[in-house]
Write a protein that binds this ligand. Structure first.
Ligand code: NMX
Ligand code: MLT
Length: 440
């Protein structure tokens, strides 16, 4: 067995015993109370899930196994002379719970390189789609077409012991992560680069090779991809993509089925699609003004128009965060170092000065600050990756690291099928008037 898989198994046995003990001793302890409003309003603030890989603090932002984004940028392994962390290292951290050594990240690069072959029928399936199909739709369909490769689905159909589920899920997760950059690059090159494809470079790391297959071999773009793939990987368990993967996986749907479902959630404009919406929104602003760097008054007018039209300001707000997203800050730092004079980046920074007080003024927006999507597109445009409909696919490739590490944990801890209780408004009225008690 691969040594990282062995380490994971040892950690999972240890935590599995802890969880058993925790449930035995404290299983009936109350964790939360749920109000009528929370039931109608997206279960906001209800603690109802366990996800080992990361934890979100409303003010400090995301911590992966206790490490903040600035700490990860300092402590995770890099390529020689590299400035940004290797996502392989982050995956190791999320899976094992400890910082990797350089050789662990290198080992994952090699393992994923060896497993990265995408079967021809997947590309054939993509080729059958109209070229203007949204890249996220192509991505979801490509992942589903790859489900033929699921070792878990095959093993389950052959008949396996429950105790072995985690092992097959692990293999699927590793294969899927290895193959996603190839699939994503294929979609990109087919749709935007005349269907001319670029062979992988086995000497490169996972994110570096992804940049290469997309057609961007600039060192600083590779650094950006390593940073991008690291910061988008996970955001605890309750966000739409992570929760969906967990939910669908809880039915023992294999990682291909579960991950494709999560990607359909990421494709929504209130979630991962917001990164394309931000660039679209800024381009429209520039078109209205005839180009150039808009001043603050012009941006303010445009923001107010957006709100008056009953639309959200993309890239701003969050269901949990209550401060500027540290993922936004990390990208801002990258831009200050590599492209401080870029016009679009400067617009993003100016928008950051204008939007929060206006959203605050509305009195209802709980978080007026920018999230990860407010910055990412401007960086990509700078390097020539201007096709903004593709941006959510990049987010999705990165998100695989967190949600598939989590799915390995779900199966290793033998978490059951997810099935919360729902009620009707009729039931709710009877409950609030005291006619019935919950009885659950
Ligand atoms: N622009 C305008 N109105 C907003 C915004 C915004 N950026 N954010 C929240 N609101 C409104 C929201 O629509 C709601 O209005 P109403 O009561 O009329 O329905 C009200 O403020 C209260 O919403 P919140 O409780 O602050 O936010 P909620 O937790 O429901 O939603 C988001 C969180 C992220 C969906 C929301 O802030 C939003 O729509 N933001 C813009 C889209 C976006 O950037 N999404 C990306 C999130 C990050 N990601 O990658 O997933
Ligand atoms: C995410 O990265 O998943 C988003 O910030 C959305 C969330 O956490 O709800």
């Amino acid at each position: 067995m691969d040594y990282i898989k062995e380490r994971f198994k040892a950690k999972a046995d240890e935590l599995g015993a802890d969880v058993k003990d925790l449930l035995k001793q404290h299983g009936s302890k109350k964790l939360d109370e749920v109000t009528v409003a929370q039931t109608y309003q997206g279960m906001r603030g209800v603690t109802g899930l366990v996800s080992e890989t990361s934890l979100l603090d409303p003010n400090d932002g995301i911590r992966f196994r206790g490490y903040s984004i600035p700490e990860l940028r300092e402590k995770l392994p890099r390529v020689p002379d590299g400035s940004e962390p290797l996502p392989e290292g982050l995956f190791y951290l999320m899976l094992i719970g400890e910082l990797p050594e350089e050789k662990d990240a290198q080992h994952l690069s090699n393992v994923w390189g060896r497993r990265s072959q995408v079967p021809r029928h997947v590309f054939n399936t993509i080729d059958k789609l109209p070229p203007d199909t949204h890249p996220m739709t192509q991505f979801g369909i490509g992942i589903m077409a790859m489900q033929t490769e699921s070792v878990f689905a095959k093993a389950y159909s052959d008949g396996i012991n429950k105790k072995e589920y985690w092992s097959y899920m692990y293999e699927d997760a590793m294969n899927l992560i290895a193959r996603l950059p190839r699939l994503a690059a294929y979609i990109y090159r087919r749709k935007y680069k005349g269907n001319v494809h670029i062979e992988p470079d086995a000497s490169l790391d996972w994110a570096g090779n992804f940049a290469h297959m997309l057609g961007y071999d600039d060192d600083s773009f590779r650094a950006l991809m390593r940073l991008y793939m690291t910061i988008h990987a996970d955001h605890e368990g309750g966000n739409v993509s992570a929760h969906t993967v967990h939910l669908v996986g809880s039915a023992l749907s294999d990682p291909y089925l579960a991950f494709a479902s999560g990607m359909n959630g990421l494709a929504g404009p209130l979630h991962g699609l917001a990164n394309q919406e931000v660039i679209r929104w800024i381009q429209q602003l520039r078109e209205e003004l005839g180009g150039g760097l808009p001043n603050k008054a012009e941006i303010e007018k445009y923001v107010r128009k957006t709100l008056d039209e009953g639309k959200v300001v993309p890239g701003y707000g969050h269901a949990v965060l209550r401060k500027t997203d540290p993922r936004f800050t990390a990208q801002m730092e990258f831009a200050k170092k590599h492209l401080p004079d870029d016009e679009l980046v400067n617009i993003v920074w100016r928008v950051y000065e204008v939007v929060p007080p206006i959203l605050q003024e509305l009195g209802k927006v709980k978080n007026p600050w920018p999230n990860v999507d407010a910055h990412s597109g401007a960086l990509l445009v700078h390097y020539g990756l201007v096709e903004y409909e593709f941006y959510t696919v990049l987010f999705g490739v990165s998100r695989a690291l967190g949600v598939l590490a989590s799915l390995c944990w779900d199966r290793a801890l033998a978490l059951p099928i997810e099935r919360p209780k729902s009620v009707t408004t009729r039931w709710m009225k009877d409950f609030v008037s005291g006619k019935i008690e919950t009885g659950f």
